[in-house]
Every structure is written in structure tokens, then in C-alpha cells.
Design a protein around this ligand. Sequence first.
Ligand code: SF4
Length: 347
Amino acid sequence: MKKEIFIGNVGIGGDHPVSVQSMTSTKTGDSTATLAQIKELYFAGCDIVRVSVPEKNVIDSFKKIVKESPLPVIADIHFSTSLAIESIIAGAKGLRINPGNIGSRDKLKSIIDTASIYGIPIRIGVNSGSIEKKYFNKNRSKAEMMVNSIMDKVEMFEELGFTNIKLSLKSSNVKETIEANRIIDKKCNYPIHLGVTEAGTLYSGTIKSSIGIGSLLADGIGNTIRVSLTDDPVKEVKVAREILKVLGLRDEGVELISCPTCSRVSVDLISIVKNFEKRIEEEKISKNIKVAIMGCEVNGPGEAKDADIGIAFSQKKGFIFRKGKRIKETDPKNAISTLIDIIKNMP
Ligand code: SF4
């Protein structure tokens, strides 16, 4: 079991569930917009939010964000010791730094000393693009070089007496990310933050993250995750939660099973499924149930008999079934509303 740390009231490592992180994309100087985005992330199921602190003149705004945020806020800092320290004093519940770009040991020590006083953890992150030059070695894989680079910093933190840390090794290359995290998981006991960096758009990023983060989680590696997408961060949270859900690591919310359709389908199943997802979101249904939406009554109920509730369609009717048994018939046009009403009344 990994060491337990806390970002505000969210435990990471120990026997805590894998938590979901995201990062705001608004200007930190605009506290109203940033807080509005954090609230959206909170409602989407995010556990921890990271906010970048790029310059001194956003510190006041950052302070307000931390104070009013419904989620614990991690300050994301690059290059600047003073910004790291000021962010901690402003109330950050965690710090994300790349020690390689902070500079000297003395600078790092002053950040560590402040984090110790305020009792907040630090994430030490090394990305494939930020491996320190001294660790480049043509006989080593990129993943091994990333691990050597981070281990150097871990040892430095330990020498300075600070172990309230979590580690992240990210690459935009999925295989490198997996290899690096497998190695670091064996090497030390600190909780691990997983992510595939610069993963891309909703489509490619979801695939890369599902494979990279998902395969590590399936091996029992990783304590907190961030899906990176070139898109609305709310979508990052949704993808992250879906990854955790399919692996059985978090069970809040509806798990949807739907068929790929074939020539037997006689309704517009794609629109029906999209409508269902929209309604579930709008009505904030968070029951832990499996719902099946199947294209035909011939194979649908049988193929989805593990579902708690489902619907299968003929040309003229929707047949609602529970645990494989038919319980109601409905007009296809009203099928989703009827299904939602039944779900709402389920225990
Ligand atoms: Fe085809 Fe019916 Fe299977 Fe859907 S449930 S893929 S429509 S056979």
C-alpha cells in the first residue's frame, strides 16, 4: 500500500479510492470565471482541481479562488520559487512543481520548508520533455531516464526531510508512460499521479488516456488521475470517471451499455442513446446502476441480461426489461422518458 497523503480533505494513497483531478483553463487572474469552471468540474465529479499560478499579479485572485472553491486547489508552478511560496501562503492545498526547472537545492529547500510549515504535499512531476540533461543516456529507454531523473529529486526531498509527496511521470507516448510508472511503482512507496500528457483532442486523448491510465490502474498502479484533453476540462473529468467506472474502481453513476447496432435495428439508436446520456446528466441521476439500450428485441434483452434495467426496440415499440425480464412496453418516442422515470423510482 502506498503512503497516504491529503490534498485538503481528499486522501491519496493508503486505502483511499483513486481520485480524479482536472485543471482549470480559465485565466487565474479572473477569479469569477475560474470559480465558475471549478464548480462545473465539481458537479461533473472532479475531486481535486489544479490551477496555474503563472505570475505574481494573480496571487490575490488565486487566494479568492482557493477560499471559495468547492474542491481542494493545487497550485501549478513552473520556474519560480517565490510564486510557489506565495501560493502556499495564499492557501493552496497542494503544490505541483517540476523541481528540474525550479533551480538550486536552496531554492527547492525554501519551498519545501514553507510546505512543511503549512502541512501541504508536493507533487514532483517529470515529463518526457523535462528529463534533466545529466540523465540522458543512449543505453537507457526514455522511461528509465524519466525514472532516474525523478529518483534524484525524491532523494533530495528525503534528504531535506520532506516525504509528503506524490510522483508523476508523464509522456505523450503511451508506452513510455506505462513503462515509467511500472518502474517507479516498484521503486518507491509514494502515491502516484497518473496521466498521459498532451494526449490530444477528445477522441484521441480519450483513447490514449484509457489505454495509458487504464492499463496501469488495471495493474493496481496509480492513486490519482488526470485525463488531459485539448477540450473543456469537464470532459476530462467525465472520461476519467468512465475509466474508473469500467475498471470497477469507483461506482458512482450510471454505467451505460449500448449495442453497436446492425441490420436488425429499426430505430435511430445513436440519437436515442445520446438523448439518454443528456437526460441522465440534466436530471443529475447518480444511481449506481447498469443501464442497457439495445437496438432490437431479438438479441437485446439476452445480450444485456446483466443490466439492472434496459430497453430494446422493435419497429413500433420499446420493451423495458429488468434483469432480462420484460416489465413494460412503450412507444419508441417516449421510451427514454419512460425509462428515466422508472430509473428515478428505483431504489
Ligand atoms: Fe443488432 Fe440487435 Fe445486437 Fe443491436 S442488439 S447489435 S440491433 S442484434
